[in-house]
Design a protein around this ligand. Structure first.
Ligand SMILES: Nc1ncnc2c1ncn2[C@@H]1O[C@H](COP(=O)(O)O)[C@@H](O)[C@H]1O
Length: 228
């Protein structure tokens, strides 16, 4: 397993910028990771109820147990750090992507398969989305909300067709889901775009939904082998 490729903050040439797409394409070397990656959006804080931290740990372990890796914001703190630790402990790949200006705010995780540095938040989100085969959202704050809303917006604009799951731990997202239903009912959003945000109420449900990706991935591998 490669550790911390592109990770040394003292090497500025390793910072990915949106101006150099070929650098990003080269760095996002998915083939060498050998497993589908799920982007997990979640809090840089733990929240007030331990149920959230437990869910992050369980999700990380379940991803690893089911042959899936992680791409996330690269922090060692909050639910972000918890999910990454659990994925690594389970022997799966974990890729972190963090903007350089945030290194001092969000302590960068030092024990990932890869940690990419980016110039801006925009590049961070582009790199994460490039890596991701699916997106899953745990409880979190403004950053988490922004990330899932952006990826759902990209989906409604046909910029990707990847599965998106809201993991509604302990009803955390009940009010958001209600508001999105209201948004659709009031004619500001298509019902089909709402349906694409799959709501799961347990880790097991989310893993079942994600299994589809693994199945598709295996199918592609088999086709490639047959083709060769
Ligand atoms: N405005 C933001 N856009 C994208 N990502 C953001 C923003 N603010 C914070 N973030 C990142 O999201 C995660 C989780 O943040 P929480 O606010 O704790 O949910 C973290 O990596 C932030 O850097």
């Amino acid at each position: 397993m490669q550790k911390n490729r592109n990770a040394n903050p003292s090497e500025p040439y390793d910072v990915l910028t949106s101006k150099d797409i070929s650098h990003i394409e080269q760095a996002v070397d998915k083939a060498s990771l050998n497993m589908p990656l799920v982007a997990v959006y979640c809090g840089s804080r733990l929240g007030n109820d331990v149920v959230y931290e437990n869910a992050a740990r369980e999700l990380g372990a379940a991803l690893a147990n089911n042959g899936m890796g992680l791409v996330y914001g690269g922090a060692s703190i909050g639910l972000m750090g918890t999910v990454a630790d659990a994925v690594m402990a389970g022997g799966a790949e974990a890729v972190g992507v963090i903007p350089t200006f945030m290194l001092k705010h969000e302590v960068a995780h030092q024990n990932l398969t890869r940690l990419h540095l980016t110039d801006t938040m925009h590049t961070r989100k582009t790199v994460m989305a490039e890596y991701a085969d699916a997106f899953i959202t745990l409880p979190g704050g403004l950053g988490t909300l922004e990330e899932i809303m952006e990826i759902a917006t990209w989906r409604q604009l046909y910029q990707h067709e990847k599965p998106m799951i809201i993991l509604n731990i302990d009803g955390f997202y009940d009010r958001l889901i209600e508001h999105l239903r209201y948004t659709a009912a009031e004619g500001f959003m298509k019902a089909q775009d709402l349906e694409r945000l799959v709501v799961c109420n347990s880790i097991a449900e989310a893993i079942d939904a994600l299994q589809v990706i693994v199945a598709i991935d295996d199918q592609v591998d088999t086709q490639t082998m047959v083709g060769n």
